[in-house]
Design a protein around this ligand. Structure first.
Ligand SMILES: NC(=O)C1=CN([C@@H]2O[C@H](COP(=O)(O)OP(=O)(O)OC[C@H]3O[C@@H](n4cnc5c(N)ncnc54)[C@H](O)[C@@H]3O)[C@@H](O)[C@H]2O)C=CC1
Ligand SMILES: C[N+](C)(C)CCCC(=O)O
Length: 517
């Protein structure tokens, strides 16, 4: 039994807050359940050291406390993951697949409640959160499908001798998540990791600690060995402990570029593999021969999902000069009608930003843009919904900026809020050069009816994804990840099985040893 300073850790299997979700509304939910999970159960830490309040973005109310895990707890979680790994790695891919499919089924069954809790903690609209949870079980289903086909090669060598390769798991992998897609990120990382036979210790963002542990419970219920998917809570310090831990084989990270650099640096000390999903400042290029209505819809999808807090957002919107007036008129008209408010209501399309500091930061970018000469066509202001319970929420009106230039701060830096910067361009050659003139390279988009142009532009854009005539759809079947400083490695798609496994070569001599000695 684990002891800490002579005091046993209090452990109990909590009645999940999920069961209270059906009747829950904004401003009412308090989460008391322990938020850590290892050894097959939720774990209450024996202390409340460095506890941080967790806010409900729509009301500004404290919904729970996040107590960060220290060295001992991180070590315990990693050990628990390792013991599960020893069992899981021996199972056939098809056996793992069956467990994963059951996890996907349970998520699907509980999607409404998980989505509600996600909304309460994150602030995004329920319509979006439901989609996020659907993507989550799709991801697990998809990787369950691939688990059974994980295989090596057979290679014939001279004299009957042969070799074969085995595709083996890496061991205990760490996942570190951001707050914008808390549950979905946990599945994007764990599903391929588990499908390949690894275990995972996942650390959510300290701002969104409540849904990853539900995923842990679901995996457990589906039948994974105890410890296979653990959740440790905490911020940078806990993350550092995870990255430095000698029992960890790989770190998969989603978050900002500065933190990504630190993750890579720390992982280098132990020669650990890393996948980095970092920020972006993606270009969306709209040619005059586009279907304007779709281009406008695409620009809204590229900028305003999850209150603009999306890494692959197309926030630099380049519009061919001839159609600029029509584009702006339509995009502004639609932006002004986006219903902002209680994120749990079905009609709401924009909820609250994640935190007060994030809201202030985004509003700061808008005022900086004005100082640098941009014109605010709409939004960019704090928004106070009429419902009194939302008065303390972190809302702002979605913003369209015109008169932008490539050298402005709002065009160069990742804002991570609902702010679209629009710039005119004249020629294809010019716009490609300008679109690529950034250190980021996560995504990109092009609207045109000219198919040759569409593929030429896609080829020439320096980004991990290019959307043609749409934006921000991300089916699990296709790889997602960055070029340049937006990171490396991929999530989703078949290729991610390679990022969570390694090859062993086995050489079999069928003759005698020809010794040189
Ligand atoms: N591109 C993206 O997907 C994201 C970008 N961001 C950007 O980053 C800004 C700051 O947001 P944060 O949530 O603070 O991002 P962050 O990159 O600092 O945090 C992401 C995750 O890394 C963890 N972390 C932080 N420092 C760490 C360290 N030294 N070692 C290990 N783990 C560490 C955090 O606890 C969190 O789980 C946002 O305003 C936004 O501009 C934030 C989240 C996602
Ligand atoms: C789902 N999608 C494509 C809108 C965003 C997913 C990437 C992220 O974690 O920001």
């Amino acid at each position: 039994k684990h002891k800490k300073a002579g005091r046993p850790l209090r452990r109990k299997m909590a009645q999940s807050v999920l069961s209270t979700m059906p009747g829950a509304s904004t401003g009412t939910v308090v989460v008391k359940d322990p938020l850590n999970f290892w050894g097959g159960k939720r774990v209450t830490l024996g202390h409340e050291k460095n506890a941080e309040p967790v806010y409900e973005p729509a009301t500004g109310r404290v919904m729970c406390q996040m107590v960060p895990c220290g060295a001992e707890e991180v070590d315990e979680a990693i050990k628990s993951a390792h013991s599960a790994y020893l069992i899981w790695r021996k199972m056939a891919g098809m056996e793992r697949a069956r467990v994963l499919l059951e996890a996907a089924r349970i998520i699907r069954e509980r999607r409404d409640n998980i989505a509600k809790l996600e909304v309460i903690n994150n602030g995004k609209s329920i319509t979006e959160a439901l989609e996020d949870i659907d993507v989550s079980w799709h991801t697990i289903e998809y990787y369950a499908g691939l688990a059974g086909s994980l295989a090596g090669q057979h290679v014939q060598l001279p004299g009957g001798t042969f070799a074969y390769t085995r595709r083996e798991p890496l061991g205990v992998c760490v996942g570190i998540g951001a707050w914008n897609y808390p549950f979905q990120i946990a599945t994007w990382k764990s599903a391929p990791a588990l499908a390949c036979g690894n275990a995972m210790v996942f650390k959510p963002s300290p701002m969104t600690p409540v849904t990853a542990v539900i995923l842990a419970e679901i995996y457990k219920e589906a039948g994974v060995p105890d410890g296979l998917f653990c959740v440790v809570q905490g911020g940078a310090e806990t993350g550092t402990l995870l990255c430095h831990h000698p029992g960890v084989a790989k770190v998969s990270f989603t978050g900002s570029v500065p933190t990504g650099k630190k993750i890579m640096e720390m992982s280098s000390k132990g020669i650990k593999q890393v996948t980095l999903e970092l920020g972006g400042k993606s270009p969306l290029i709209i040619f005059k021969d586009c279907e304007l209505e779709n281009a406008v819809k695409g620009a809204l999808m590229a900028n305003f999902l999850t209150q603009g807090q999306v890494c692959c957002n197309g926030t630099r919107v380049y519009v061919q000069r001839d159609i600029m007036p029509q584009f702006l008129e339509e995009v502004v008209k639609r932006t002004k009608t986006i219903p902002i408010g209680d994120p749990l209501l079905d009609d709401t399309r924009m909820g609250a930003l994640i935190s007060k500091p994030q809201l202030d930061k985004v509003l700061g970018y808008v005022s900086q843009a004005k100082k640098e000469g941009a014109r605010v066509l709409c939004g960019g202001e704090p928004y106070i919904p009429s419902d009194p319970k939302l008065k303390g929420g972190y809302f702002m009106s979605p913003c369209v900026l015109d008169n932008c230039r490539d050298d402005m701060t709002c065009v160069k830096e990742e804002i991570f809020g609902p702010v679209m910067s629009v710039m005119p361009f004249n020629t294809e050659e010019e716009v490609i050069q300008r679109a690529n003139n950034t250190t980021f390279g996560l995504a990109s988009g092009v609207f045109t009816r000219d198919i040759s142009r569409a593929h030429r532009v896609a080829e020439n854009l320096e980004a991990g994804t290019c959307f043609i005539n749409n934006y921000n759809i991300s089916p699990v079947e296709v790889p997602f990840g960055g070029y340049k400083m937006s990171g490396f490695g991929r999530e989703n798609g078949q290729v991610t099985m390679e990022y969570f496994s390694q090859l062993k070569t086995v050489i079999v001599e069928m003759g005698d040893v020809e010794s040189l000695f």
